[in-house]
Design a protein around this ligand. Structure first.
Ligand SMILES: NC(=O)c1ccc[n+]([C@@H]2O[C@H](COP(=O)([O-])OP(=O)(O)OC[C@H]3O[C@@H](n4cnc5c(N)ncnc54)[C@H](OP(=O)(O)O)[C@@H]3O)[C@@H](O)[C@H]2O)c1
Length: 430
């Protein structure tokens, strides 16, 4: 009889409790699939008295997750605390030092320290597995690293944050403003009390940095991800996007270009017919472009106890079967540094919304600022007239350089008749 795989779980919140529930409920199929049982031997969280809806009577309790990480009877430490530093990082480092495999859902930790952790693990013949860290229940890490291993990937893009996708979907379908929808999302538990990591794009950027590394075999380079959140998207933008044939999504995009590797997270207008445009609510999606496979689309739930536990346990099953793959698809020592492509080098079309005082000459001034930067306008929309008052004016451009667009917007924003900072959303023609 093969020995069970013994695991120690640090963090018993949404994901940790979900993992324990899944392991208990699916014990039979897990045993069938790996030929051995997965047994929880120890757990750690802050509050021992909290009811977590799982039976902890047979496991050892640790107040300190770092001590748990060195538990002598554990083969694997599952880190489900969160955060790029502090307890989570120390737990993972201690586990690797002690010769334990690590499974984690912690994208912040991987975005900041992924390459070093991978190198440390691989030098000791250990795994650091993180399927749950990117897009929750969607098996995108295995999909890219194993399923598409025969391809050169040129691009990965996706909806990587369910909170933002929920807010944007609600804004579009109800016509309500950002602040109003965010407050509701917080009441429903779809947004944190402090939502900034989600709505300012940081969470999606953490995930994108990890995805980029897996897609291109490069060290994790979070510092070069351009990040812009969704606070400035207004109800008006949804009206105009609809009229122009677009949906608005917060996307993470990683692309290999002639300048290097682009990594960016920002609101995008995408054609309504693009498959990603139809991914609404809390769902996530990732599209990968490989040279032999062409385009592959993954869609599913990006968060929540069940979907995230599903991904964590898939990693545990790999360890139980003795299956190992280099952390980011190629051995950490062979990850090859790539030139980051700066945001100013982005080339594409733009949507711009301005609030301008309706008086003679203003539109000509805007057109002149665009022309001076060689930005060619495609459409120009001004609905109704209100002489002497501020009215919204919307325009879209043909493909142009980000740097030229930024210069044109700076000139336009400085005009006295332009009463609010220009708002710009990049158009992506997938
Ligand atoms: N929630 C999701 O849907 C989701 C999806 C994908 C990835 N993730 C990632 O999964 C990880 C966990 O997320 P979560 O939503 O489960 O978080 P959570 O509900 O806040 O749970 C965190 C757990 O860590 C424990 N903890 C916090 N600080 C600790 C410390 N210093 N020592 C010991 N235990 C400590 C907490 O203990 P107490 O319970 O006693 O407070 C709690 O059990 C994060 O990295 C997150 O980004 C989450």
């Amino acid at each position: 009889m093969t020995e069970p795989l013994k695991i120690a779980v640090a963090g018993l919140g949404t994901v940790g409790a979900g993992v324990l529930k899944l392991l208990a409920q699916q014990a039979d199929i897990i045993e069938q699939r790996c030929g051995r049982r997965i047994e929880v031997v120890a757990v750690s969280a802050r509050s021992r008295g909290k009811d977590r809806g799982v039976d902890l009577s047979t496991v050892e309790w640790y107040d300190d997750p770092v001590k748990l990480a060195a538990h002598p009877g554990a083969d694997v430490v599952v880190e489900l605390i969160g955060g790029s530093e502090g307890a989570a990082k120390e737990t993972v480092e201690t586990a690797l030092e002690a010769g334990r495999h690590v499974v984690t859902a912690n994208k912040a930790l991987l975005a900041h320290h992924g390459t070093e952790l991978a190198a440390k693990a691989e030098s000791k013949g250990l795994a650091v597995a993180f399927e749950a860290a990117v897009a929750g229940g969607i098996p995108i890490i295995k999909g890219l690293r194993e399923g598409l291993a025969g391809n050169r990937v040129s691009e990965v893009h996706g909806i990587l944050n369910g909170t933002c996708n929920y807010i944007l979907t609600e804004m579009r379908t109800t016509g309500r403003d950002f602040a109003d929808v965010l407050a509701d999302a917080q009441k429903l538990g779809y947004a944190e009390a402090d939502p900034s990591f989600d709505i300012d794009g940081v969470d999606a950027a953490h995930k994108l940095a990890v995805l980029t590394s897996v897609a291109f075999g490069t060290p994790v380079d979070f510092g070069n991800v351009y990040v812009e959140g969704i606070r400035h998207v207004s109800a008006l933008d949804f009206d105009y996007a609809d009229a122009l044939g677009y949906r608005i999504k917060l996307l993470g995009i990683a692309r290999r270009t002639e300048q290097g590797i682009e990594q960016r997270v920002h609101p995008c207008m995408v054609p309504k017919a693009a498959p990603i445009a139809a991914v609404d609510g809390v769902f996530n999606a990732v599209i990968a472009q490989g040279d032999f496979v062409d385009r592959v689309l993954f869609v599913g739930r990006g968060a929540g106890a069940g979907p995230t536990a599903s991904a964590v346990v898939a990693d545990l099953i790999d360890v139980a079967r003795g299956r190992s793959t280099p952390t980011f698809g190629v051995p950490a020592a062979q990850l090859s540094k790539a030139q980051p492509s700066p945001m100013e080098a982005r080339r594409g079309a733009y949507y711009v919304r301005l609030m301008v005082v309706d008086r003679p000459g203003v539109i000509a001034d805007i057109a002149a600022a665009m022309r001076d930067q060689n930005v060619s306008m495609e459409q120009f929309l001004q609905r109704g007239r209100a002489p002497g008052e501020a009215v919204p004016v919307v325009l879209t451009t043909h493909d142009t350089d980000e740097a030229a667009m930024q210069r044109a917007l700076a000139t336009i924003g400085a005009k006295e008749a332009v009463v609010e900072p220009p708002r710009m959303i990049r158009i992506e023609q997938f």
